[in-house]
Design a protein around this ligand. Structure first.
Ligand code: ATP
Ligand code: MG
Length: 367
């Protein structure tokens, strides 16, 4: 996918801005607080229905404005032009895809794909399991057409079962919800397992490239119940008493988790913050590479502040690896990163400078 144009109105400090991107690497520079990350948030909003810095209502709409607007046009499969637009007030929204109104934000997310590495990405490694489940779910929404339907049915049944649990029900009253959870939960889990199997060789190769010092990486998947011992239907029945006492469901794919476990980070040894960032980067790039295998083209790659996140050697490895692919990259930095001096001089195909809510276009080139 090649993002051609991005328009944004009333998003954080921007009143209105428009950017026309080039294929390949696009560099966005600007001082601290100038609005570089905000540009990436706008793109992320269409791809994920949320910013990587939280929901729209958490400050994405410009102070004093009622709603933000984002417009994207992109080219896919080399020739097909597509358009998406979103107006969002934090509570209400309306969206368009190829000039037609959409009824769910998911329609935008499944049309336009981007992956993102940013200063908060280490939470994919050290943060709550919810981050890692969301990572799996995003990929599966794109790859498996029936995943979203199963996921929604599961979420609905879980919510209703949780509501019922709070009224201390007769155990039999849980039967219909447990049946629905067992069917949809097994399906979600099977698809997550298959997706992780697809991801494994990519994770492996990237971990060897970025973190050779940590040794062999093994992928660990916890489905959310003791799946090797019993089906989810049995686990739900066994958990009933505890669930009634706690007032919420304790087993199932809403409790799933996964991670790479490194040979040289045994037991409770924690990775350093920098290693967490590199592991997160391994996850994100593996996700992009697996996406290419399934969809035949690259998602747009968003790299926020790479130079302040990684040492020079790792920056060079990332840029080298990504520049060997047809991926389009939006890279932000306060200054043109010195590592660019070690890269081919035509790597950066377009340059933008952000200043006081304005975007200025600069000649491409590393200087
Ligand atoms: N809702 C809002 N309304 C108006 N201005 C906002 C709003 N939210 C954030 N801002 C301002 O927008 C700017 C945020 O910009 P952003 O985080 O994109 O900057 P940046 O260029 O990525 O900075 P850094 O180099 O520090 O990462 C800040 O100046 C902030 O004060
Ligand atoms: Mg920033």
């Amino acid at each position: 996918m090649q993002l051609d144009r991005l328009g944004l109105t009333d998003l954080r400090a921007f009143r209105s801005a428009e950017l026309t991107f080039a294929p390949g690497f696009n560099l966005i520079t600007g001082a601290n607080g100038a609005g570089k990350t905000s540009v990436l948030e706008a793109v992320h909003l269409i791809a994920y229905a949320r910013s990587f810095r939280g929901r729209v209502r958490d400050g994405l709409v410009r102070h004093e404005a009622d709603a933000l607007e984002v417009f994207l046009s992109w080219t896919q499969r080399e020739s097909e032009t597509r358009r998406a637009g979103l107006r969002h007030s934090g509570t209400e929204w309306s969206g368009r895809l190829d000039r037609q109104p959409v009824s769910t934000l998911t329609e935008l997310c499944s049309a336009f794909a981007a992956v993102c590495f940013e200063p908060g990405s280490h939470l994919l490694v050290s943060g709550a399991a919810e981050e890692r489940r969301r990572f799996l779910d995003w990929s599966l929404f794109h790859v498996e057409p029936d995943y979203l339907d199963g996921w929604r049915r599961y979420a609905r049944a879980l919510k209703q079962r949780n509501r019922l649990l709070k009224s201390r029900p007769e155990p039999r009253a849980l039967d219909p919800w447990d049946r629905e959870l067992a069917v949809t939960g097994e399906m979600i889990t099977r698809q997550r397992q298959l997706y992780l199997d697809t991801l494994r060789p990519y994770l492996d190769a990237l971990a060897r490239d970025f973190l050779p010092e940590l040794g062999v990486a093994e992928l660990e998947f916890r489905p959310g119940w003791r799946r090797e011992q019993m089906p989810l239907s049995d686990a739900l029945v066994m958990a009933r008493e505890g669930d009634v006492a706690q007032g919420f469901g304790s087993v199932g794919p809403h409790r799933a988790d996964w991670r790479l476990r490194f040979e040289r980070l045994p037991g409770r040894a924690a990775p350093s913050r920098g290693q967490e960032k590199l592991i997160a980067l391994v996850y994100v790039l593996a996700q992009a590479e697996a996406f290419v295998e399934e969809q035949g083209e690259w998602p747009v790659v968003l790299l926020d502040d790479l130079a302040s996140e990684l040492d020079v050697d790792h920056q060079a490895r990332v840029l080298t690896r990504v520049s060997a692919t047809p991926a389009q990259v939006l890279l932000t930095a306060t200054e043109p990163p010195p590592v660019l001096a070690t890269m081919p001089s035509d790597l950066i195909r377009a340059r933008f400078h952000v200043e006081q809510g304005q975007v200025l276009v600069r000649d491409p080139g590393p200087g």
